[in-house]
Write a protein that binds this ligand. Structure first.
Ligand code: PLP
Length: 368
């Protein structure tokens, strides 16, 4: 049976992968300790530092998805009994609480409405009261489509000397990220969103303050695989075996990062903004409205409230037809927003008005 043509992936990730990245993955393997492979890994690590806006020496593509990046940051920086403040404004803030609690930390949650931004004053109040070791929150909350205010929260964290952990899964490569200027101690991302690479790697970055905290730990990190001190053996200057690096996935990331470099991050961020703006305008006549006010809207991921008639007939059915009849995938709502919104991702390669046009044309047919 012939395979259906590849779908246009306009959901919350993965996004479509450019041919150059797919071709890079098909290259013959080299060993993960081969000097030529390691030279390429050096370059990937340097490019990730540039993209994260940091000089952090321990910046690397972790061999796992974004959730493992989250887990790596939290389990390295938290020990049982440590206080942590977490901003919760969607599914991925919730996941951070779960991961931190499993690491034995004492979690204080600061909540915001789903679809709203975290309140920096509420975060500052909790930080002053709890004096946590770590404050963690999501830069780009993919479940709601909100871009959170990093700088104000990071300033409040500095006053109480808490380490900031930032989830950049849906921001890196689509929205400017400046870990050093913001004072972020550790951050993580994922390859399948605005970097337009296949899922499977989590770029992560630990700064000097995070590494100092890890050195001061009273007990070893409970996860052997995610222990930053052990990862540093391979991803630092020694280049000794820790685990077998996923060579083909790193070839893909190298090519994806080359595409980012060729375009330049300012132009790439602008392209994401313009595509998101075009989407909001183009779907309005069909009755879809952004959930999030424009000032805090996340360009790579727009949550759309659904027209009454779509809610009546069932949004899942329309999404299924969009995929089966028009080859376009969009995401349904997650958690509290399930059944109420769609999540439309214009990420990386797909942050283009041509993708918006295809979606609007297909919706026009289905709703006619
Ligand atoms: N954090 C955010 C903001 C996400 O959007 C996601 C995935 O969508 C994750 C974490 C988890 O990443 P993964 O699904 O790659 O494990």
């Amino acid at each position: 049976m012939p395979e259906a043509p590849p779908p246009l992936l306009l959901g919350p990730g993965p996004s479509n992968v450019p041919a150059r990245v797919l071709a890079a993955m098909a290259q013959p393997l080299r060993g993960h300790l081969d000097p030529l492979f390691l030279a390429r890994l050096d370059r990937v690590q340097a490019q990730l530092r540039t993209l994260f806006g940091t000089d952090h020496p321990l910046t690397l593509p972790l061999s796992a998805t974004g959730s493992a990046g989250m887990e790596a940051c939290l389990v390295n920086l938290l020990e049982p009994g440590d206080p942590v403040v977490i901003g919760v404004a969607g599914v991925f803030g919730e996941r951070m609480c779960d991961v931190a609690a499993r690491a034995g930390a004492r979690v204080t949650r600061v909540e915001a409405e789903w679809g709203a931004a975290l309140d920096p004053d509420a975060m500052a109040e909790a930080l002053g009261r709890v004096r946590p070791k770590v404050v963690a929150f999501v830069h780009a909350e993919t479940s709601t489509g909100v871009l959170q205010p990093v700088e104000e929260i990071a300033r409040a964290a500095k006053e109480v000397e808490a380490l900031v952990v930032l989830d950049c899964v849906t921001s890196l490569g689509g929205v400017p990220v400046q870990l050093d200027d913001w004072g972020v101690a550790a951050a993580y991302s994922a390859t399948q969103k605005c970097l337009s690479c296949p899922p499977g790697l989590a770029p992560i970055s630990f700064g000097p303050r995070a590494l100092a905290r890890i050195r001061e730990r009273r007990r070893p990190v409970q996860s052997w695989y995610l222990d930053a001190s052990l990862l540093a053996g391979y991803y630092g200057s020694e280049r000794v075996y820790h685990h077998t690096a996923p060579i083909s996935a790193i070839y893909a990331l190298a090519e994806g990062l080359r595409l980012v470099e060729e375009e330049g991050m300012p132009a790439r961020a602008r392209r994401h903004q313009e595509a998101a703006r075009a989407l909001a305008e183009a779907v309005a006549p069909l009755g879809f409205e952004p959930l999030v006010p424009e000032a805090i809207r996340l360009p790579p991921l727009t949550t759309l409230r659904l027209p009454e008639r779509v809610l009546r007939t069932g949004e899942a059915d329309l999404r299924r037809r969009l995929l089966s009849e028009h080859g376009i995938e969009v995401g349904g709502g997650l958690g509290k927003l399930a059944g109420r919104v769609w999540r439309v991702g214009l990420m990386g390669e797909n942050a283009r008005t041509t993708c918006v046009d295809r979606l609007v044309e297909a919706l026009g047919h289905l709703l006619a």
